[in-house]
Design a protein around this ligand. Structure first.
Ligand code: APR
Ligand code: PHB
Length: 391
């Protein structure tokens, strides 16, 4: 008899949402997280939830604060030298998104887990997976120099891009696919009202810019910058000046400046690992795939992986039906690749790629002009942005 049914590696959104869905179904689990709770809850991450993710959080019973504090958005804008085009998701798809920081999602999930006595081993050192392709897998970790072991039926690798789960799949089994982008995003948080009531994505000669938000009083902004740039080279004044230029004459007058309290540069990559299952090990979230943040798909893909994995495990423990488990990787990857495509396409459309030259710039300008005039093109963007169906 195993010590627990599911060992979950990682207390990020994927691991915590899986734990909550398993709890609701009465399936025992233990979460192993290498960082402290404060560290996990302090990470600043994107904040656009597809309505599929909203419904999952409701199913998990952790949606109350999101509905109180989150901002429902029925559209977003594309800005370019030709002007500003609103993509009316609500009219084009009948659906919308919820702007609510990932940090808040993770906090709500951890609070719920601990409030009901869920077992989360924070600061678990040297987590290692054992016998994942056997019927008796186990995980070990160290704390204060003492090794601990946990036997389990299944392991959910929710430990992100740099975790130990993906490397636990043999090299002759694992296939990876990657595109690294030749620039980064300089992100800023400031306690100032957003410049618009919805998100604005801007394609400018100088580079990409994004105006987002965390609340009616807290703004989140991004600028495309060379990977060689340092945060220290970007004073608040330089950032605000460049943001105004890139957002353009319609949006810029509404920018409220103020001191930044978070400023960082992050690289962009597209990455997928196949398969997302090996023996008794399942990968979910960033452990299996990374998207450039342009399409705001990272958290939402983690949520859809977890929904599929939770349903598979619930069916297995409920009726012995293993079809969900056996079909998990193919089902999850089908949605992952479509989100990877949209995120790659949107990134390619909105950023400056000097290596593609004047012709590449003309292709971007022409595609944005086509989007501005085409209902079909706007509907395609809208249905990808609000989230494609789970199947
Ligand atoms: N042992 C235990 N825990 C680990 C290990 C390890 N060896 N390696 C990483 N972790 C933990 C990390 O500390 C982190 O808390 O796993 C968690 C992984 O969380 P995320 O990286 O947030 O990944 P995920 O839960 O899949 O959420 C994806 O997060 O990174 C963003 O943009 C991404 O929005 C997306 C979302
Ligand atoms: C954010 O608010 O951090 C955010 C929003 C939308 C994106 C990326 C990041 O596409």
């Amino acid at each position: 008899m195993a010590n627990t049914k599911v060992a979950i590696i990682g207390a990020g959104p994927a691991g915590m949402l899986l734990s909550q869905l398993l709890h609701v179904a009465g399936i025992d689990f233990v979460i192993l997280e290498r960082k402290s709770r404060d560290y996990v809850e302090g990470r600043v991450r994107a904040g656009v939830l597809e309505d599929t993710t909203v419904k999952l959080l409701e199913r998990a019973g952790v949606a109350d604060r999101m509905h109180r504090e989150g901002l429902p958005h029925g559209g977003f804008a594309l800005a370019s030298e030709d002007g500003v085009t609103r993509i009316d998701m609500a009219a084009l798809t009948g659906r919308s998104v919820m702007v609510y920081g990932q940090t808040e999602v993770t906090r709500d999930l951890i609070d719920a887990c601990l409030a009901r006595g869920g077992r989360v081993e924070f600061e678990a050192e040297d987590v290692a997976l054992h016998d994942v392709d056997s019927e008796t897998p186990s995980v070990t970790w160290r704390r204060d120099g003492v090794e601990h072991r946990l036997s389990c039926d299944f392991i959910a690798g929710c430990d992100g891009y740099h975790g130990v789960s993906r490397p636990s799949i043999p090299d002759d089994v694992l296939r990876t696919f990657e595109r690294v982008y030749p620039f980064g995003w300089l992100g800023v948080l400031a306690e100032v009202p957003p410049c618009d009531h919805e998100l604005v994505y801007s394609n400018h000669e100088n580079g990409f810019a994004l105006a987002s938000m965390r609340s009616p009083t807290r703004s989140r902004y991004y600028l495309q910058v060379p990977l060689t740039d340092q945060v220290s080279e970007w004073s608040d004044e330089r950032f605000w000046d460049e943001l105004a230029v890139r957002l353009g004459p319609t949006i810029a007058p509404h920018i409220v400046r103020g001191p930044s309290f978070e400023k960082s540069i992050a690289p962009l990559r597209s990455f997928v690992a196949e398969p997302m299952r090996h023996g008794r090990l399942f990968l979910a979230g960033d452990a299996a795939h990374i998207v450039p943040p342009t399409g705001a798909k990272g958290l939402n893909l983690a949520a859809s992986d977890v929904a599929m994995l939770a349903d598979a495990l619930i069916a297995f423990y409920g009726s012995g039906d293993a079809s969900g488990i056996d079909g998990y990787s193919a089902r999850a990857l089908a949605r992952v690749w479509k989100a990877e495509r949209f995120s790659w396409w949107f990134t390619s459309l909105m950023h400056r790629f000097p290596e593609t030259g004047a012709f590449g710039r003309k292709m971007q300008t022409a595609e944005i002009a086509y989007i501005r005039q085409s209902h079909a093109a706007q509907q395609s963007i809208a249905e990808n942005y609000v989230g494609l169906p789970l199947d």
